[in-house]
Design a protein around this ligand. Structure first.
Ligand code: SAH
Length: 250
């Protein structure tokens, strides 16, 4: 039997947001590899072995998945959201590039998923309807100075921004610093969306002006969207719509 390695995105949490293509790969897998809470989202069944590992062991996990695929197994590496967005697809390719030459001949496929910022944007309207930028605020794999420079330049360029990993256990104070930088560049009314656990039973969405944004409004399950200067509210009964118009006046 020839093995395969699929790197699949499970979406933000809700089962309705798993693509049929990803579901098929899960149904055909012999082995599921990934971070503990994501592997737990895949139903047990006969013939399926689950290999759950802790965070921050992405390269070991990738090598293990590649070794099993080379042995002829049908391996699916799972990520939340999209596997190419701050997730396992790059880790697998880092392992492929550094690994034995024959790993390059394996049947490897990346199956997209709905990434957190798109699920969050859809809940509130269309805040990412014009140019936008996605930034991972975790300083696990890059220096904090790089994060701050990119944040500053993106906001100065007037991109709407989506922030992943806004508040890590290791550096809970960092998101406060992000809000300070935003305060130096943006007006107090700038719209901020805190979207927590989108598409799960714990979902909570909050839209506030920058002046009211607090560091503890974000946690590790929150994606934060900062509007551009053009992002607007449409007030109505209940939660307002938030959207960014498609054009910038010349
Ligand atoms: N590959 C994932 C991102 C992994 S990084 C994706 O494409 O969505 C983990 C970060 O994603 C979290 O810290 C949070 O910022 C965001 N995230 C993941 N799932 C989320 C959800 N259901 N609701 C809100 N944010 C989520």
């Amino acid at each position: 039997m020839s093995g395969s390695l699929v790197i699949a995105g499970l979406g933000p949490g809700g089962v309705a947001l798993i693509t049929p293509e990803v579901q098929r790969a899960l149904d055909e897998a012999t082995d599921i590899v990934g971070y503990i809470p994501y592997v737990a989202r895949v139903a047990d069944r006969q013939g399926l072995t689950k290999h759950a590992s802790d965070n921050r062991v992405e390269l070991d996990r990738s090598r293990h998945a590649l070794e099993m695929a080379a042995e002829g197994r049908r391996v699916v590496v799972v990520s939340s959201g999209d596997p190419g967005v701050f997730a396992m697809a790059s880790a697998v390719f880092e392992a492929v590039e550094a690994g034995p030459r024959d790993w390059r001949d394996l049947d490897i496929r990346v199956l997209p998923g709905i990434t957190a910022m798109l699920a969050a944007a859809a809940r509130v309207g269309a805040p990412l309807g014009h140019d936008f930028c996605a930034i991972n605020l975790s300083d696990n794999l890059k220096p904090w100075e790089v994060i701050e420079t990119r944040l500053r330049l993106a906001v100065e360029a007037d991109f709407a921004c989506a922030f992943y990993n806004p508040r890590s256990r290791a550096r809970p104070e960092a998101f406060g610093r992000v809000l300070e930088v935003l305060g130096e560049i943006c007006e107090a009314e700038r719209l901020i969306v805190f979207a927590r656990a989108v598409s799960t039973p714990e979902e909570a969405i909050r839209v506030v002006p920058l002046a009211e944004a607090q560091p503890d409004m974000a946690d590790m399950r929150t994606v934060v969207i900062v509007g551009s200067s053009a992002t607007r509210l449409i007030p109505r009964e209940g939660a307002p719509w938030v959207y960014t118009p498609r054009s910038v006046p010349s």
